[in-house]
Design a protein around this ligand. Structure first.
Ligand SMILES: Nc1ncnc2c1ncn2[C@@H]1O[C@H](COP(=O)(O)OP(=O)(O)OP(=O)(O)O)[C@@H](O)[C@H]1O
Ligand SMILES: Nc1nc2c(ncn2[C@@H]2O[C@H](COP(=O)(O)O)[C@@H](O)[C@H]2O)c(=O)[nH]1
Length: 195
């Protein structure tokens, strides 16, 4: 089984990664999304084991030390990581597998699984990104500021990805993403900005 079936979706906070992934999975339930571990507190409506595995710092330390994480990173004051075992199992079964992770995590996957397809989700503009992040209404202003600061860094790393998709329209992005996941032959190694 080729590691090419592993697709990583990254991009600045608020660009619409979760929205795109939710629509992709609604339309294509055959795609498996890794459930990450995080030390962040749950937002209203988030369910343990569905949106994240919510753990404390001690448990996260243990997961790192025992090598149970494929990658992990600190983002805007919290830690996030991908459980290794379920990802390897799904890939071995040939299931199209998706990780929604930050830039640092994507870089780690690039090193450990170089055949993975790394897709950057870009906003139509910086103003639109701010509008989406604030409009979501899930974080206080100081957290939004930290996420936007991280977002500047993520935008500067767009060229590291195999491909960029501009999230103007969720349906358009989903169509392109599922095509890439099921037939990634057309992807070149230089960054293309699309949609
Ligand atoms: N194409 C789009 N057009 C307009 N609004 C959008 C679009 N995609 C997502 N949004 C909205 O932008 C907000 C942020 O989306 P979402 O939570 O999916 O972002 P995210 O990239 O997963 O953020 P984070 O990294 O912080 O988890 C949401 O309110 C969502 O409804
Ligand atoms: N490196 C990793 N980053 C992850 C993982 N799971 C989620 N994330 C990224 O964290 C930020 C913030 O997410 P939020 O849910 O608090 O808004 C976002 O960029 C996610 O993509 C992971 O397992 N590893």
């Amino acid at each position: 089984m080729s590691e090419r079936r592993l697709t990583v979706l990254s991009g600045p906070s608020g660009v619409g990664k979760s929205t795109v992934v939710a629509e992709l999975r609604r339309a294509h339930p055959e795609v498996w999304l890794s459930v990450s571990v995080t030390t962040r507190r749950p937002r209203p409506g988030e369910v343990h084991g569905v949106h994240y595995f919510f753990v404390d710092n001690e448990e996260f330390d243990r997961l790192i030390e025992s090598g149970e994480l494929l990658e992990w990173a600190e983002f805007a004051g919290n830690r996030y990581g991908t459980p290794r075992e379920p990802v390897l199992k799904k890939l071995a079964e040939g299931v199209p597998t998706l990780l929604e992770i930050d830039l640092e995590g994507a870089r780690q996957v690039r090193r450990s699984m170089p055949e993975a397809l790394l897709v950057f989700l870009a906003p139509p503009s910086w103003e639109e990104l701010e509008k989406r992040l604030r409009g979501r209404g899930t974080e206080p202003e100081e957290v939004i500021a930290r996420r936007l600061e991280a977002g500047r860094n993520e935008m500067a790393a767009e060229h590291e990805f195999d491909l960029s998709l501009v999230n103007t329209n969720v349906q358009d992005v989903c169509h392109r993403l599922i095509a890439l996941m099921t037939d990634p032959q057309g992807v070149t190694t230089t960054t293309n900005r699309e949609v």
